[in-house]
Structures are given as structure tokens and as C-alpha cells.
Write a protein that binds this ligand. Structure first.
Ligand SMILES: [Zn+2]
Length: 90
């Protein structure tokens, strides 16, 4: 599909994503869309076991993110089962 005035290809968010993915993540701010609790990534409640972890809101247990580590990749789902991004790590 070619670019149209209504949308751009997936390379467009690479610039801002490369900036946020290279900084310390534990102090990233997060706000729950269900109960409105706000805090840092480090304050989420995380459940295992590895390699798949689920980080949930401490107020209402809504899933905030799910990182899954594989040998050469990390999958990252930002909401429940609504899809995931796979990042190459090796
Ligand atoms: Zn919540």
C-alpha cells in the first residue's frame, strides 16, 4: 500500500521510538485507562514466570504491558492481547 495524505508508512514513528526505547524505562510514566491510577513503570505489579511477564495496574489489575523474551527477540504487547511488537535483540 502506498502512502496517501491520510497515512504514512511505519517508518515515520521510528525517530521518536528510537529516543524512548534507548532510555531508562523504569521511570516511564504510565496512567491506567480503567481506574486512572498513575505512576511509573517500576510501580506496576509484575507476574511471571519468565520468559513471559505480565505487568498489571496496582489499582485494578488491568494489563499494562507484556514483555516476552526469546533468544534473539523481545515481544512487547502494550495492552492485553491486542497485538505485540517484536524487537530484534541479537
Ligand atoms: Zn487501573
Amino acid at each position: 500500500m502506498e502512502d496517501t495524505p491520510l497515512h504514512r508508512d511505519g517508518n515515520w514513528p521510528a525517530g521518536p521510538l528510537s529516543q524512548i526505547l534507548s532510555v531508562e524505562p523504569t521511570q516511564a510514566w504510565w496512567r491506567c485507562p480503567t481506574c486512572s491510577m498513575a505512576g511509573t513503570l517500576a510501580q506496576l505489579h509484575v507476574y511471571g514466570p519468565e520468559p513471559g511477564l505480565t505487568a498489571r495496574c496496582p489499582g485494578c489489575a488491568r494489563v499494562a504491558l507484556r514483555p516476552v523474551k526469546e533468544a534473539d527477540h523481545i515481544w512487547l504487547a502494550l495492552r492485553g492481547s491486542a497485538g505485540a511488537f517484536r524487537f530484534r535483540t541479537a
